[in-house]
Ligand binder design. Structure first.
Ligand code: G3P
Ligand code: MG
Length: 374
């Protein structure tokens, strides 16, 4: 096809359509590139067609993940071309709590960040601008009795001292650890410990860990509302190296919600789940696509850059296809969805959300789209 020919490319042109590629099950299986993944991205780069990588994965800094993806896929990916599950959390740092008279921004309050390996997610949160990040490792190291079934020794390497002591009935401290928001950045490694911690905070007196609603303890957090809980990825399953899809962060959320259902005592759960298929994540991804097209066109900041169509290539009908099908673009771009057979989806089932087309793999997806674009 013309667009697949190897002839000279008009450098000044960048088409008004773009691609958003899911990663796990489309480009990679764990760290192994899928067939023709490199060729598909290289072709788009040569044709100056904008694309981003849009994953519900996470747990490491965008800069580190992008370096690894560039190496694995033998193509130069920039951080602006990459959106992972928690990337949109960076937009929350200046948020203020309507109940908090001090109007202190979230970045200056203490937040709990769960998930991922070691201290990675804390460091990612700090790179977003959060200034007081506490992790389960800090808490269990300071108070091992909080969850008697975990060996605190396995957490001490990455633990930091808490900014304030945890409340207990014999506490004489004038200040206590107060958590303003809870973020699940990636899959928790100890579902039980993280579940216990999150439940403790949600059932506490306005985020003061170690209290219950019946305590009357002065808190550093001036918000009267409940502590919001943010998940970053609803995926119940994902396509890892194992031949059968594995439970993802959505599995942890399902387990947590089972415990919450039995323990919440009528307290409302606040917060949200971002990640695909959420509108927030697709809107964030679309802004990145427009930014990438602007860079390719060399359009100055003041001028508007449009986007007519986006091809969302994914392996998971519940995140990639549902999200692409239901996203309502404020820019008016039309999203088509292309389901591939190299990940979570297999032909033995009817996908719960109907894609525009189903193809074998990412190279077929790019060819199909380019042929439609003529
Ligand atoms: O944890 C990763 C998994 O949820 C799926 O990632 O790249 O298929 O959106 P991805
Ligand atoms: Mg996937």
């Amino acid at each position: 096809h013309r667009s697949l020919q190897t002839g000279p490319v008009n450098r000044s042109q960048t088409p008004d359509f773009a691609f958003a590629f899911d990663i796990d099950g489309v480009l990679l299986r764990s760290s192994n590139p899928l067939p023709h993944a490199r060729q598909a991205l290289t072709l788009l780069q040569r044709l100056r067609i904008p694309f981003i990588l849009l994953t519900n994965g996470g747990g490491r800094h965008e800069r580190d993940r992008v370096a690894e993806l560039s190496r694995l896929l033998s193509i130069q990916i920039s951080p602006s071309m990459f959106v992972q599950s928690h990337t949109p959390f960076a937009d929350l740092i200046d948020q203020t709590d309507q109940h908090d008279k001090t109007k202190m921004p979230l970045k200056d309050k203490t937040v709990l960040v769960c998930g991922g390996d070691g201290d990675d997610c804390r460091q990612v949160a700090e790179s977003y601008g959060f200034t007081s990040v506490v992790t389960p490792a800090d808490i269990i190291t300071s108070t091992p009795t909080l969850w008697p079934f975990t060996s605190p020794q396995s957490y001490t390497t990455h633990a930091r001292p808490l900014p304030h002591p945890i409340y207990n009935p014999s506490s004489t401290s004038p200040t206590h650890l107060t958590i303003s928001s809870i973020f699940v950045f990636a899959d928790p490694r100890d579902w039980a410990l993280d579940t216990q911690l999150i439940i403790d905070i949600l059932l506490s007196q306005r985020g003061v860990l170690g209290t219950t609603r019946s305590h009357s303890v002065p808190t550093q957090d001036h918000s009267a509302s409940n502590v919001p809980l943010y998940f970053s990825n609803p995926d119940l399953h994902w396509a890892s190296q194992y031949h059968i899809p594995r439970l993802g962060q959505g599995g942890f959320k399902a387990a947590f919600m089972g415990v919450w259902k039995e323990t919440h005592r009528g307290i409302p759960l606040e917060g949200k789940t971002i990640g695909k298929p959420s509108q927030e994540t697709y809107a964030f991804a679309e802004k990145r696509l427009v930014k990438h097209r602007r860079e390719l066109l060399g359009t100055p900041k003041g001028e508007t850059v449009g986007l007519r169509k986006v091809y969302m290539v994914g392996d998971n009908p519940l995140s990639d296809i549902q999200g692409g099908n239901t996203y309502l673009s404020p820019l008016g771009s039309v999203w088509n969805t292309i389901l591939v057979r190299t990940g979570v989806y297999n032909d033995r089932e009817i996908p719960p959300h109907k894609p525009t087309v189903t193809v074998d793999g990412v190279w077929d997806a790019v060819k199909w789209a380019l042929e439609r674009e003529g």
